[in-house]
Design a protein around this ligand. Sequence first.
Ligand code: ADP
Length: 253
Amino acid sequence: MEAKGDRGNLEKVHHVVLVLSGKGGVGKSTITTELALALLQAGKKVGVLDVDLCGPSIPRMLGVSKHEVHQCDAGWVPVCVDRLSLMSIAFLLDDPDDAIIWRGPKKNALIGQFVSDVAWGELDVLLVDTPPGTSDEHLAILENLKKHRVDGAILVTTPQAVSTGDVRREITFCKKTGLKILGIVENMSGFVCPHCTECTSIFSKGGGEELAKLTGSDFLGSVPLDPLLSASVEEGHDFLKAFPESATYSSIR
Ligand code: ADP
């Protein structure tokens, strides 16, 4: 068996990036999924760790919700989608409809196992999808990743003030915990008409960019509301492979 260094199973993981959002439903898991697929297309070795224990949606978005994880000498073998490795609580549940009603210590313990016991192998980037807000899971993942190098966090928001307001709290969380903010993504930024492909701002626009300016963070870009993207993640298809001509494809890439 290969000897593990100080960083255990994360020894050969070169970058760790958390994806955070202030609110649920703003597209954090969708952005994590598309980011992972975009990095994969760029030839990177990518892993996704889904620590949204109460609402794990990445396995479904990648079309592998029925898969199970197996054990090897080094620990849990993540589920592979193409060259992308994925670990989620969804793979450990007997019934996908099981509700996770756990207090902090139990969540902590599982997240600790996710960090120490998943045999990721060599990865360029490990993306960590977190639950909305700042909860037990966020503290647990940061605590467990202490001796590893965490590059920082990408914050996802929608353009409206109700969402950007929550992201401000997320920014405060990052500052308090010393987590570097890599930038802000504005999702659901306008609606792409499936007929004429014109983009209309049905919500306000630019809230994410404005927030980035106000807080001195980098604005990483905006992704429109696109029914084709929604259908792709719903059905577990690779949107980037299916719709390379779309405006949404360019905004994600
Ligand atoms: P969160 O992880 O923040 O709770 P999700 O990624 O699960 O949010 O997204 C919530 C819903 O919104 C999903 O049904 C997803 O398909 C849809 N969605 C997210 N972003 C977009 C987008 N840019 N265009 C169309 N649908 C989107």
